[in-house]
Design a protein around this ligand. Structure first.
Ligand SMILES: Nc1ncnc2c1ncn2[C@@H]1O[C@H](COP(=O)(O)OP(=O)(O)OP(=O)(O)O)[C@@H](O)[C@H]1O
Ligand SMILES: [Mg+2]
Length: 511
């Protein structure tokens, strides 16, 4: 007898429905067709054991399973449950009237227990679009799938529950989430708060500016100065995520199977890959493409701690996605695109020994060592970083001060206000939404200086020996500082402040 069961395959961050046809006939054999990979081919062993351990079996007949569309690549073990239920239905071991109303997925353990799957959220989105009544999947993924409205989501622990549901009409427990409520509940509680950071008023101000204009930033300071601590708190002062952004970001995390218990991610992600990371792990890829760290940071912050320690080629592959805000991975038969719109925060020690221009430093580096160290980051990547700031450790009396600093929620209010000004400024543009994204034409239009400010900038550029590339960055950052103040015209004070944030352009470092 022929029976159909339904599952789904994920490409990029979208899913496609897969129809699994199971046909049982006289004879012997077990054939799986329709481009399944090795993990699926091995599934018959897991299915056989799981069925046997629950009082069912794969009968000694000729079983042909066809997964269509055949040209769509299907990977992984997430189809175990689909196939098992299909086999039971087509061999009349269970009743199967409603099979076509559900999407059924999950990896089986030998005892019939279920292991989580990847991509539950995009699969649920597609299932609703295609009019399925419900989605039956491993309990660990239920919350993530239940983000989708108008789809019944049933998280199950083992195959027995699914069998009893179809065969005996035993109800399954539905996972119901009020998506908007859940989202709003999670919005205001950042994991790390700026109020934990003592002193460092200047750096906090600088990070507020970076957040307000979406400027990439590099923190330069000796070990223990608090660079990592500060960077971790940046997501908490970025404007709150919109529900749309939260869904986008959760989808990407779902694809790699890493959605946390909270289900919908209402906090902007903070990703901090180690400097030994590979190209593929950073930008995404692999023979079955998976998103990389730059996509897991989508709508949040990517922190590259100890920037000069990263391999130069790894930093190079990041350049294009940084510009395009998405990354495209091409294979012979298909192409997938992952979004990758993130704020880059980098950190570095001032020299390979950790110190620079510091007479009290325990060790110092030779000029040649310095040059090699800086040479790794100079050039194209640094060109995309608007703000450089030196972080010096806070003195002991400030560290021991019990008073709490300003909270992230309060700082974020100012950032959000400045972002609203920018949203309005760029409302006619599809690709530019905040100051850091301005192209040359927009800089000329929106960063007009009066004669006095122009003169100030000219003098500073000459005196501090600032590079030409610094010029446009200073203008962009000045624009953001003016926006934070709520004024339309950029003045001398805005320019002077922005000039301070170009440490690496000055003599001594990049020269
Ligand atoms: N301003 C500060 N307020 C409160 N605690 C601080 C501050 N600065 C540093 N600390 C404490 O010092 C620890 C070390 O800071 P952190 O790891 O952020 O330094 P770092 O600059 O990243 O150092 P490294 O170069 O070694 O990575 C923090 O975990 C924190 O406990
Ligand atoms: Mg650190």
């Amino acid at each position: 007898m022929l029976k159909k069961v339904f599952a789904s395959a994920v490409f990029g961050v979208e899913a496609s429905t897969i129809t699994v046809e199971v046909n049982v006939d006289k004879g012997v054999g077990y054939h799986l067709v329709g481009l399944p990979d090795n993990a699926i081919k091995e599934s018959n062993f897991r299915i056989a054991a799981a069925l046997q351990n629950n009082g069912y079996r794969i009968p000694g007949k000729k079983i042909i399973i066809n997964m269509s569309p055949a040209d769509l690549r299907k990977e992984g073990s997430a189809y175990d449950l689909t196939l098992a239920i299909g086999i039971l239905a087509s061999t009349d071991q269970i009743k199967a009237e409603d099979l076509d109303k559900y999407l059924i997925m999950g990896e089986l353990s030998l005892d019939g227990g279920l292991q989580p799957i990847k991509g539950a959220l995009p699969i649920a989105v597609k299932a609703r679009e295609e009019g399925f009544k419900g989605f039956i999947l491993p309990a660990q993924n239920a919350k993530e799938a239940a983000i989708v409205d108008n789809l019944e989501v049933y998280g199950v622990e083992n195959i027995k529950q699914v069998i009893n549901f179809f065969d005996k009409g035993e109800p399954l427990e539905q996972t119901i989430i009020n998506t908007r409520e859940e989202f709003e509940k999670n919005l205001d509680f950042p994991e790390f708060d700026f109020s934990d950071v003592k002193g460092q008023e200047g750096i906090k101000r600088c990070m507020e500016i970076a957040a307000a204009g979406g400027h990439n930033i590099i923190l330069i300071g000796p070990p223990g100065a608090g660079k990592t601590m500060l960077a971790k708190r940046l997501p908490s002062i970025l404007p709150p995520m919109t529900l749309h952004e939260a869904l986008e970001t959760t989808k990407i995390h779902s694809v790699v199977g890493r959605v946390k218990d909270t289900g919908l991610m209402a906090q902007r992600p903070f990703r901090s890959p180690h400097h030994t990371i590979s190209n593929v792990a950073l930008v995404g890829g692999g023979s079955y493409p998976q998103p990389g760290e730059i996509s897991l940071s989508h709508n949040g912050v990517l922190f590259l701690d100890e920037l000069p320690e990263f391999k130069r080629e790894v930093l190079e592959v990041m350049r294009q996605p940084l510009e395009d805000r998405e990354v495209t991975i091409s294979r012979a038969k298909f192409t997938v695109t992952y979004p990758s719109s993130f704020m880059l925060v980098a950190s570095m020690n001032p020299s390979p020994s950790g110190f620079f221009n510091d007479p009290d430093a325990p060790i110092t580096s030779s000029p040649a060592e310095m040059q090699r160290y800086m040479g790794k980051i100079s050039g194209p990547l640094l060109d995309r970083i608007d703000i450089h700031i030196e972080v010096t450790p806070v003195p002991f009396d400030k560290l021991s001060d019990d008073r709490k600093g300003e909270t992230s929620v309060d700082i974020r209010k100012r950032v959000t206000k400045a972002r609203e000004v920018q949203t309005k400024r760029f409302e006619d543009s599809d690709s530019v939404h905040y100051n850091a994204q301005m192209n040359v034409k927009q800089i000329r239009k929106h960063c007009v200086l009066d004669d006095a400010s122009k003169q100030l900038l000219k003098t500073a550029m000459e005196r501090l020996n600032l590079s030409a590339r610094a010029y446009d960055r200073i203008l962009k950052v000045s624009r953001t500082i003016a926006d934070l103040e709520g004024v339309n015209n950029i003045n001398g004070a805005h320019i002077s402040e922005a000039i301070q944030y170009r440490s690496l352009d000055r003599d001594g470092w990049l020269g």
